[in-house]
Design a protein around this ligand. Structure first.
Ligand SMILES: Cc1cc2nc3c(=O)[nH]c(=O)nc-3n(C[C@H](O)[C@H](O)[C@H](O)COP(=O)(O)OP(=O)(O)OC[C@H]3O[C@@H](n4cnc5c(N)ncnc54)[C@H](O)[C@@H]3O)c2cc1C
Length: 453
């Protein structure tokens, strides 16, 4: 029997779609199967009561633009401001940094000599990777660059984004944060929202004769004579010699392949990976007279000691004071719905906390705190939808961990090529590092290159 497809891709996340886009462009017949009704996975949007919200990523790096250019696609976008507001008498630091930083750091209690020393050590790191090459953890790099407690909090922000413990964050995160990796020094937001990114990749696949099907779940990857042979789906059997999985390394190895053909050593390594902490989202629409700043998309609120807060979260406790972020993409694009901007507040669930009433109570506490970063926010809210980490999978379609494998010095990430011939893995759980949209896109591109030799 002639095979209809050269390559089957399980999951229409950014890794799968990017791989599919590059492979279809060189004439491979690609089929992408997505179990949800929406493509994009952790980078997608939903509309509730007429308001559009990004349910996962909402902050993108210029590295991705190179990929779109290679695919001859352009994306309408706006560059992003990034306001980091640190607790402690409302001191503010704005990223990307510029001359304003000198004024902001003196607000942190740093004198001119300390600011100059900090600037010098930052240069040493950002230009020569002077510390991150030498030390394994982000924390250790921070030890070298500053002892100012407020600044140290901010430089530990990666732990929030990946749901890991600050002292386990690998040192390359320092450079990722400052844009040396994937171009997060030029963050952007698509004019049409996060969903535009997977939609654009799916367009490339379809334009080149490939297919992207939704509402089809893959239940099994068939292996014959130690080679990929096709998949079993909720719609029937499909043959192909190459199967790329975007469903995560653990799901691929233990559910889809059932460990067949993988060595015990490989399976043990995969078993050890633990996901990052889970995130909750509070989707809001608010009257634009709240004190958002035009062009600023992300507000971050820091508790006095981020390390203490993470220690509480990782031991399963509600912290004395939570860290949260508020994304307001409309303040960047200028789009309004019924005279409102939309804003998404995110905060982390303590490890293992499954009681929804506890998480909802914490959500209300967080909402009341948002006025500390956006004046008049709380009383301007006209729509609110809280999706707790317990509801994410049912309501939205994925578990709400930002990083399906927590960033950690303990983990060596996977390669795309699996030990069984013809099976590949892409997305946030494989190389390259970072657990962000840019790294998932990059993983899809590299996997395609590897397949094409
Ligand atoms: C709340 C949140 C906020 C984030 N914020 C940012 C941000 O601002 N910036 C940033 O860069 N990154 C952010 N991230 C991380 C980023 O979204 C992810 O790293 C990236 O989108 C993951 O892409 P992926 O390729 O791993 O695929 P995923 O998004 O994990 O998609 C996998 C897809 O496979 C499908 N699938 C799984 N199993 C099957 C099966 N058996 N059959 C068919 N389909 C299947 C799933 O339904 C899903 O659509 C955030 C993540 C979350 C959760």
């Amino acid at each position: 029997m002639n095979k209809v497809y050269d390559i089957i891709i399980i999951g229409a996340g950014l890794g799968g779609l990017t791989g599919g886009a590059f492979l279809s462009r060189v004439g491979k017949k690609v089929l992408v199967l997505e179990k949800s009704k929406v493509i994009g996975g952790r980078c997608s949007s939903r509309i509730w009561d007429g308001f559009s919200f990004d349910v996962g990523a909402d902050y993108f790096a210029k590295g991705m633009l190179k990929t779109f250019a290679r695919l001859d696609k352009d994306i309408a976008l706006r560059p992003l401001g990034f306001l980091v507001k640190s607790f402690n008498k409302g001191k503010v630091m704005t990223i990307p940094p510029g001359l304003h930083l000198i004024r902001e750091l003196s607000g942190f209690g740093m004198n001119k000599k300390e600011i100059a020393g900090f600037g010098f050590r930052m240069m040493k790191e950002l230009v020569f990777e002077g510390y991150s090459k030498r030390y394994k953890t982000n924390d250790r790099v921070i030890d070298e660059v500053t002892d100012n407690p407020l600044l140290r909090n901010i430089l530990n922000i990666g732990a929030f984004f990946s749901g890991s413990l600050p002292y386990k964050m690998p040192s390359y995160w320092f450079n990722l944060l400052f844009g040396r990796t994937y171009g997060y020094d030029f963050p952007f937001y698509p004019m049409d929202g996060a969903q535009r990114i997977p939609d654009l990749l799916a367009e490339v696949i379809r334009e080149n004769g490939g297919e992207v099907r939704t509402n089809v779940s893959v239940e099994k990857i068939h292996i014959e004579k130690n080679k990929a042979a096709g998949v079993k789906t909720t719609d029937g059997e499909i043959e192909a010699d190459i199967v790329i999985s975007n469903s995560g390394i653990q799901d691929t190895v233990f559910n889809l392949v059932k460990g067949k053909g993988f060595s015990a050593e490989f399976k043990n390594r995969v078993k050890k990976y633990k996901p990052g902490l889970l995130m909750n989202s509070i989707f809001t629409a608010f009257k634009t007279n709240a004190g958002t700043i035009n062009g600023v998309h992300l507000y971050c609120y820091f508790p006095p000691d981020i390390r203490e807060m993470f220690a509480a979260l990782h031991s399963g406790k509600i912290p004395d004071e939570p860290m949260f972020t508020v994304s307001v993409p409309d303040a960047v694009t200028g789009k309004m719905t019924d005279g409102c901007y939309t804003g998404t507040i995110k905060f982390i669930t303590p490890r293992g906390e499954k009681r929804k009433d506890v998480i909802l109570k914490e959500a209300e506490r967080v909402i009341d705190m948002v006025d500390r970063v956006i004046p008049n926010f709380t009383k301007s809210i006209i729509y609110k939808k809280i999706v707790t980490s317990e509801d994410y999978e049912d309501e939205i379609g994925f578990e709400s961990c930002i990083a399906p494998i927590a960033e950690s010095i303990e983990y060596k990430k996977m390669n795309h090529r699996m030990p069984v011939k013809g099976i590949y893995s892409v997305g946030a759980t494989v190389l390259p590092n970072g657990g962000c949209t840019a790294s998932s896109v990059e993983s899809g591109r590299r996997c395609a290159e590897e397949i094409l030799g």
